[in-house]
Design a protein around this ligand. Structure first.
Ligand code: PGA
Length: 254
């Protein structure tokens, strides 16, 4: 069974100064025992990563650092982009790849996602591969086709050893930032589908992949998702911006 993982995606919020305060506040609300049960990850914007790294290292915090995106090249003429070696140097542990906002607003394709996943793994960080269907796809009854193809294309050419190092987040697009959550049964069913899709191609590696649910996760609904056999954690947007709410989500069993 993979260890539980709760990651906060801060999106385009917070200056580096806000980030320091938020990480400190979060750390006061968590205990060592929380960290032994759950990997707690914060993903601030790029501009706050250095400050976040410094506060985590100086205060010896057990909170882990994540980035929200990466470019697939090692370096080069890619104005505005950030490369995996730069993130690795900042002690980044996790990188979100293929978030639906990147796919929808920035035109990211499954092929881009595949290259980004490889870049993250090359630099010994853990990618959080986001997949999920639109409302239209759900209504047409093709959610599983969509998610299955995002998994297949995103992980194309991967060996089992590499797949075992990936985290998958199921984030139905209609539930992101809308206040509408997927029913825990729907999330659990999709997580089971994702695990079996992984097992079909990569056999036992599938058992090692943490599968997260994301989309309007809050302190009041997290327990329902975590009760599902194949859900190992959550990717949290809005509620991660409030250290109290985020800490309550991490400590959902209390
Ligand atoms: P939300 O965002 O929790 O605000 O719905 C989740 C996400 O986009 O990862």
């Amino acid at each position: 069974m993979p260890k539980d993982l709760i990651a906060g995606n801060w999106k385009m919020h917070t200056s580096h100064l806000d980030a320091i305060q938020m990480i400190q506040k979060l750390s006061y609300r968590l205990e060592a025992s929380d960290h032994s049960r759950v990997d707690v990850v914060v993903c601030p914007p790029f501009t706050a990563l250095r400050s976040a790294q410094t506060v985590i290292e100086t205060d010896h915090l057990l909170i882990k650092l994540g980035a929200q995106d990466v470019h697939w090249e090692e370096e080069g003429a890619y104005t505005g982009a950030v490369a995996a070696p730069m993130l690795q140097k900042l002690s980044v542990d996790y990188v979100i790849v293929g978030h639906s906002e990147r796919r929808q607003l920035f035109g990211e394709t499954d092929d881009d996602v595949n290259r980004k996943l490889k870049a993250v793994l090359r630099h010994e960080m853990t990618p959080i591969l986001c997949v999920g269907e639109t409302l239209e796809e759900r209504e047409q009854g093709i959610s599983k086709d969509r998610v299955g193809s995002q998994i297949r294309l995103g992980l194309q050419g991967f060996e089992s050893g590499a797949v075992a190092k990936v985290v998958v987040a199921y984030e139905p697009i209609w539930a992101i930032g809308t206040g509408k959550t997927a029913d825990a049964d729907v999330a659990g069913d999709m997580a089971t589908f994702i695990r079996s899709a992984l097992a079909e191609q990569w056999d036992t590696a599938a058992e090692e992949v943490p599968i997260l649910y994301g989309g309007s996760v809050k302190p009041g609904n997290i327990a329902g998702f975590m009760a599902k056999r194949d859900v190992n954690g959550a990717l949290v947007g809005g509620a991660a911006l409030d250290p109290d709410s985020f800490a309550s989500i991490v400590r959902y069993w209390m």
